[in-house]
Structures are given as C-alpha cells and as structure tokens.
Design a protein around this ligand. Structure first.
Ligand code: AHR
Length: 503
C-alpha cells in the first residue's frame, strides 16, 4: 500500500478563512429559481411560494454570500422588470439560456428568501447590454435609505430598509464570446473602471469585483487580467476567476487532478495582479473572488441540451441538471481544498450553483428535495474549516496524468482556529485502485483526539443519488484514524475524500 506523510503546525498559517469562501450562486437559469427554490404549489411552500424543504437544505449546506441573478443571464437582464407588482412584471426572452423569464421572482422576493436561509446578497450588474447609468440606478434602489425617486420606489414596493448590498460584480464573463455584449479587455477595462468609480461615488462602502477570465484555458487568459486590472486597479477590490471541471473521454486520472489546474489558475492570477500592482505603483492588493466553480458536464449541455428555435422559449426548462457521482464529489472536495490552501488571496468564492442547475440540491416538482454527492464535501468543509488555513508539508507518491503531467496521489489542507483550539484536515486520495496510508505529524497541535471523521468513497465511483434512490451515497466515518506518539495514521481508500476534525 503506498504511504504518504504530512506535517501540520498551526504556527505556519496561510491566511484567515473568510466565511465568504463558502458562498453560492443562484442564476435565473433552468429550474433553479422557478420549480427549484420557488414552487408555490408545492406542499412545503410558504406564502411567498418558497419551498421550505429547500430552505432547510440550503441552511444545512452552510452557504454564506450568494451571487445573483447571473451568470450569463445578467447580461440581458433589466433589473427594473423584477420589482413592483408581480402581475405587471414583463415576460422577457432570456437570450443566454433560450428561455422565457417571467420575473415572478425578483430582487425583493430573492432578498426575502435569503433572509430565510441566512445568507447575504451579492449582486451582479449588467455590463453586457447596459452600462454605468443602469448600474447606478440599481445601486441607488438597493442601498440608499430614502429621499430619492428610486429609493422611494423600493419603499413603495414594500421594502422600507435599504437592501445594503455590500458586494457587486461588474458584469459577468465579459471575456467570453458567448456573453451578450462581450468586449475586448481594453473596452471592458474602461467601462468597468468608469462604472466602478461612479458606483463608489454613490456608495463608498461597497466592494467591487471586476471580471477576470471565464477559465484558465481562454485564449486571452493572463493578458485579459493584465489589461483589465491596468484600467481598474484602484477602482476594484477583487478580480473574478471561474472554473468548471468534467471527466472527459473516460480520463478519470486527469479529472481527479482537477485541483492542480485550479491551483495554477489562482497562482497565475495572483502573480498577474501583483505585477500590475508594481506597474501602477499601488499600495493595495487585489484579491480573488472565485465566483463560479464546480464540476459541470459542459459538453453534455453543448451537445445535447441546448434549446433552439425562434418560437421555442420555455419557462424553467430542465437545463444543466447534472447528476453527480462519488468521483465528482471527490474532485469537488479537492477543489475546496485548493480554495482553502489559497485563503490568503481567495477571499470570496461562489459554488455555481445551488439548486437543480449543476447543484448540490435537487428537487422534483410536487416531490422531494435531496442532497447530491457534492452536497457533503461542501457542508462538512464549510462547518469544519474555521480560523486559518495552514501551510502543510506533504510527501506523497505521484502519478502521471494526460492533462497535468506528474501530480501527487494525495492532496490535503488543514485549518486551525486559535480561539477554540479546533483543527480540521481535508484529504483526497486520487488513486483509482490503491488505498494510501497517511501519517500526519500532529505533535504541534498538542494533545488532541479525533472528534469527527467523514469519508466519501464507494466501490462504484460512479454511484449517484437520484430521485429513485436519494440516499445511495452518504458520508460515513473513516474509522481507520488512530493517534499515537504525536502522529495520526489513517487509511485513505481509492478515489476518496476525508475530513477530520481534531480537538
Ligand atoms: O453557471 C453556468 C454559467 O457558467 C454561468 O451563467 C456563466 O457565467 C458560466 O459560463
């Protein structure tokens, strides 16, 4: 059995873990909002039409800030359509997803839902087909207490207090040719800078995210960040990263190493941002908002699901409803490890998305809601990763991948909360056929024991939770963990994700 060694020492911290690292994303897309979180005819729906079984699962998932309302959707969105009396709201064509948007859930209803799930709102403005003025209008409507036409309109629409939205995205994926209003880095950098300056004039307390690349594999990657940040460096706080991974052509080995790609993506964006910092002579540091990340079988959407036809604009069609396997959950857990390991610079992240659409939570209209395999690494990591992320010393065997060359068989991150004394370790074994024995030097943590252990692994790495079998996959204890003489030993089964809480 291959073996690996790890040393954990709370003296070597990478950075504080922001709760925003465990953010989510709700887009008006497919059955996410309609027939997802909102289904007035469902037996669990409240007076506003929100399914309470879904609310309970979102709470259990432990998501902090939630990005809204898109995504590609936002680049064709007129926010004014989504406020005011519901029976007067327009029905619009959503060009991004070839659907009809009824606007029956808008800003007010969504904020009401966020109050139920206990999450904060992060709003994206449309810089695709709209501009600075519309962004200012939305900010005034949302954040000004009263005394102006737009703030009074919010009050008249039933919300006396300002929404007080702190975090704002300056458009979405403006580097992508699929994006309505896609621009060059030069053009986007200019409009983003102008809009950011104007928004800050209105409300200096907001935090702004400028669009980075839609993937580290875009032809403009790197140069896009350099040019956009050169225009916006002093105007924004974060640059975004988006990344989705899928198993392609049966290459599970590369897929299991997806976090290697995410690590490289983050480190390249950090280097580029710091390069621009030096060139513009700034004293401030730009952080990353990794505001879309997940496993997504994008090729299935491109080849099978795409809706077409000039007279075919369905409401809430089934789109992007990926059903996740154990292997997907292991990769997903590893992506969280990558985000945590970069906690010094990734200070916000949004799992894309939450319900039905590439989501940890699935629902059936008139039927149950259930947890996908990816639900578990998110909920467990969000709950256990507290305090600071730690720098680790990891010695592990390696294996060869087609996409990323030689990569470690094991990946890990640890966290430590100095206030409570609690620590947590998150581990992945990427081997497809061998268990790994891991020895962790925990002497620096003092006299600790294993408080919790959670393992995701299965003889069938493609096992899934489905409507017919909603609890086929669930975490179980990894009871191989044993502590003696300042060392913890544990066996990591093939294709597995493990979380340990120590205290
Ligand atoms: O999350 C699905 C889509 O992925 C988003 O709308 C878009 O921003 C990205 O391409």
């Amino acid at each position: 059995m291959p073996s690996a060694r790890l040393t954990i020492d709370p003296h070597f911290a990478v950075g504080r873990i922001e709760r925003r690292l465990f953010g989510g994303f709700v887009e008006h897309l497919g059955r996410h909002v309609y027939d997802g979180i909102h289904e007035p005819a469902h037996e669990s729906a409240d007076a506003d039409g929100f399914r309470q079984d879904v609310v309970e699962l979102v709470k259990e998932l432990g998501v902090s800030t939630i990005r809204y309302p898109g995504g590609n959707f936002v680049s064709g969105f007129r926010w004014e359509d989504s406020v005011g009396p519901r029976d007067q709201r327009p029905r619009r064509l959503d060009l991004a997803w070839h659907s009809t948007e009824t606007n029956q859930v808008g800003l007010h209803e969504f904020q009401g839902w966020l109050d139920q799930v206990g999450s904060d709102l992060m709003l994206a403005v449309n810089l695709g087909t709209r501009g600075t003025l519309e962004a200012l209008d939305l900010l005034e409507y949302s954040n000004i207490a009263g005394g102006t036409t737009l703030s009074q309109r919010r009050i008249d629409n039933g919300r006396t207090d300002a929404f007080g939205v702190k975090m704002w995205c300056l458009g979405n994926e403006m580097d992508g040719p699929w994006q309505l209003g896609h621009r060059s880095a030069e053009d986007y950098g200019k409009i983003a800078s102008q809009t950011a300056k104007a928004m800050r004039q209105l409300d200096p307390s907001i935090e702004l995210v400028v669009c980075g690349s839609s993937s580290a594999h875009m032809p403009t990657f790197g140069e896009w960040e350099r040019v956009v940040l050169t225009h916006t460096y002093e105007d924004v706080d974060y640059i975004s990263c988006h990344a989705y991974y899928e198993e392609k052509d049966g290459d599970l080995g590369s897929f299991l190493a997806s976090a290697v790609d995410m690590d490289g993506f983050i480190e390249t964006v950090v280097a580029t941002a710091d390069h621009v910092k030096a060139v513009v002579g700034s004293s401030k540091t730009i952080d990353i908002s990794f505001d879309e990340w997940n496993v997504w079988y994008l090729s299935r959407f491109q080849n099978v699901e795409k809706i077409e036809g000039v007279d075919n604009w369905p409401i809430a069609p089934r789109l992007l409803e990926d059903v996740y396997s154990v292997a997907d959950a292991v990769v997903f857990g590893n992506l969280l490890i990558s985000l945590l390991r970069h906690a010094d610079r990734v200070r916000s992240a949004s799992l894309a998305q939450l319900v039905n659409v590439i989501a940890p939570i699935m629902t059936e209209p008139g039927g149950p809601a259930w947890r996908q395999t990816t639900f578990f690494p998110f909920s467990i990591t969000s709950r256990l990763a507290q305090g600071e992320a730690l720098q680790l010393k990891l010695d592990a065997p390696t294996y060869e991948t087609k996409d990323y060359g030689t990569v470690p068989l094991v990946d890990a991150v640890a966290t430590h909360d100095a206030e409570t004394g609690a620590s947590a370790v998150f581990l992945v074994n990427r081997s497809q056929d061998e268990a790994v024995t891991l020895t962790i030097d925990i002497a620096a943590l003092g006299d600790v024991s294993v408080l919790e252990s959670h393992l995701i692994a299965d003889e069938d790495v493609y096992a899934k939770n489905t409507l017919a079998d909603r609890e086929r996959v669930a975490p179980r204890a990894n009871d191989t963990a044993a502590i003696a003489g300042g060392e913890l030993t544990i066996t990591l089964p093939p294709v597995s994700w493990t979380a340990l809480s120590l205290g």
